[in-house]
Design a protein around this ligand. Structure first.
Ligand code: DX5
Ligand code: ZN
Length: 223
């Protein structure tokens, strides 16, 4: 029995792939049968790590024009950089609520550019911080680890926030997707979808699984 009004989607995070062969990792994403790929962008300031930039996204884009490029900006000033990722081929751009910058203006600009926009909350950030923006986003990302690195343990205290976000969208007839990201695997995914999540980012678990197609099927099985 579905909980979310949206079909469940698995979005493999290419950060968990092979950085000496991202094209090969993208091929594995495609072979799994999923329609989304999650691209983690890190500035070494908002998060204590660096990943890759718009040039890498632009290099991957022509390899598969059908995959939905879900770009997660873990940047202190996403308002300065979102357009470079839009030009590189992003289909959706997710920005964080925590840094100080014109959030609503940035969300609106992303949408005016013809892309979907998302807002991300770190595990310690209360759902209430997202309230002013919910009518203006396509996706709410409830981080289930502290952003910056793949391979961390799932933070189960976020399940309450997922439930709160799901209940809010029902109560207010809002259409945002609820994405979870960090420590998502065959065990933690059903706990998130039962709480209302519908977009499941997996890096480590996806790229370590011997059968990516079976992994996708397992994650997107209705709760
Ligand atoms: C963490 C990133 C996640 C990460 C995936 O900052 O946002 O997308 O790459 O995490 P794991 O490897 O736990 O699935
Ligand atoms: Zn991410």
């Amino acid at each position: 029995m579905p909980v979310s009004p949206h079909p469940l989607v698995c979005a493999p995070s290419i950060l968990g792939g092979h950085h000496d062969n991202l094209a090969g990792s993208l091929e594995r994403v495609r072979a799994s049968g999923t329609s989304w790929v999650h691209l983690d962008i890190m500035d070494g300031h908002f998060v204590p790590n660096l990943s890759f930039g718009p040039q890498t996204v632009a290099a991957l884009r022509p390899l598969d024009r059908d995959l939905f490029f879900d770009v997660h900006l873990m940047l202190t000033r996403p308002d300065h950089y979102w357009e470079a990722f839009a030009k590189a081929g992003a289909d959706e751009i997710i920005i964080h609520v925590e840094p100080f910058y014109p959030i609503r203006k940035t969300l609106d600009a992303i949408r005016e550019h013809g892309l979907r926009c998302g807002l991300a909350l770190n595990p310690g950030t209360p759902f209430a911080r997202a309230l002013p923006f919910l009518p203006h986003i396509d996706l709410l990302l409830c981080m289930t680890v502290q952003p910056g690195f793949g391979g961390q343990s799932f933070r189960e205290e976020v399940l309450g926030k997922i439930d709160e976000a799901h209940q809010h969208r029902l109560d207010h007839d809002l259409g945002y997707r609820i994405e979870v990201d960090g420590g998502i695997d065959r065990t933690t995914a059903p706990r998130c979808t039962a709480a209302g999540a519908d977009t499941l980012v997996a890096g480590t678990a996806f790229f370590h699984d011997p059968d990516p197609a079976a992994f996708r099927t397992a994650l997107t099985r209705e709760p």
